[in-house]
Design a protein around this ligand. Sequence first.
Ligand SMILES: Nc1ncnc2c1ncn2[C@@H]1O[C@H](COP(=O)(O)OP(=O)(O)OP(=O)(O)O)[C@@H](O)[C@H]1O
Length: 247
Amino acid sequence: MALIEVRNLTMKFGSLVANDNVSFDIEPGTIVGLIGPNGAGKTTLFNCISGVYQPSAGSVRFDGRDITRLPAHRIARLGAVRTFQVVHPLKDMTVLDNVLVGAFLRESGTGRATAVARRCLEACHLGDMIDRPAGDLTIGGKKRLEMARALATGPKLLMLDEAMAGLTSTEVKDSVDLIRRIRADGITLLVVEHIMEAIMPIADKMVVLDGGSKIAEGPPEHIIDDERVIEAYFGQKFSKRIKARRK
Ligand SMILES: Nc1ncnc2c1ncn2[C@@H]1O[C@H](COP(=O)(O)OP(=O)(O)OP(=O)(O)O)[C@@H](O)[C@H]1O
């Protein structure tokens, strides 16, 4: 059984159709990359799956259960957790306290929640920053903090919205390693990403949106050759460059 089943999902803002009849599955233990040009509807789809928005039509099933109309906090409690494209840590709180907010979703005791939060911070390379105010972190640090907070909730599905945007190339490599390790721990990932060199090598499947509609779905090596995706997003030059790198 798929972990996520999106069926005929449509999201309208007035007359603007941000997601148009989108359907796809996410199998457990996989990494799915969600890509498409700016304004394609990727973040809106994230918001519909995670309960930030209620879709205008269609359904989302998670782990066999219809979650279409559930509020975000209930979906998070069931184990589908997202990060945001623009990170907003609680700047005056310490790095540890920021992650405790996530850990308390699954652990009610302070001692156990703290142990979970510390473990997630270590995994996200923030172990030596735990007592610092979150506002002191670099952009890369804030993005890792956001991941640590999401991981601390003990998710089955982690949805990352442009977790690598604005990072240095070394930080991007570290994030790719971290995503691989998260998957190895049995967590399924849905990743919105514009950095193709980062997402293509690790994704089991790509879903491509354009103008709100799904225009392609499949393994990265098929997506690279898809004429509609090349036209809408990659461009010929980019597609050749990516293919050359994969050889
Ligand atoms: N709350 C909203 N109210 C009105 N229109 C919205 C809202 N959120 C998104 N949109 C519109 O829906 C469309 C899809 O936007 P969305 O942010 O989902 O795209 P995206 O693929 O995530 O883009 P990007 O790559 O730039 O982040 C855009 O035309 C956007 O202006």
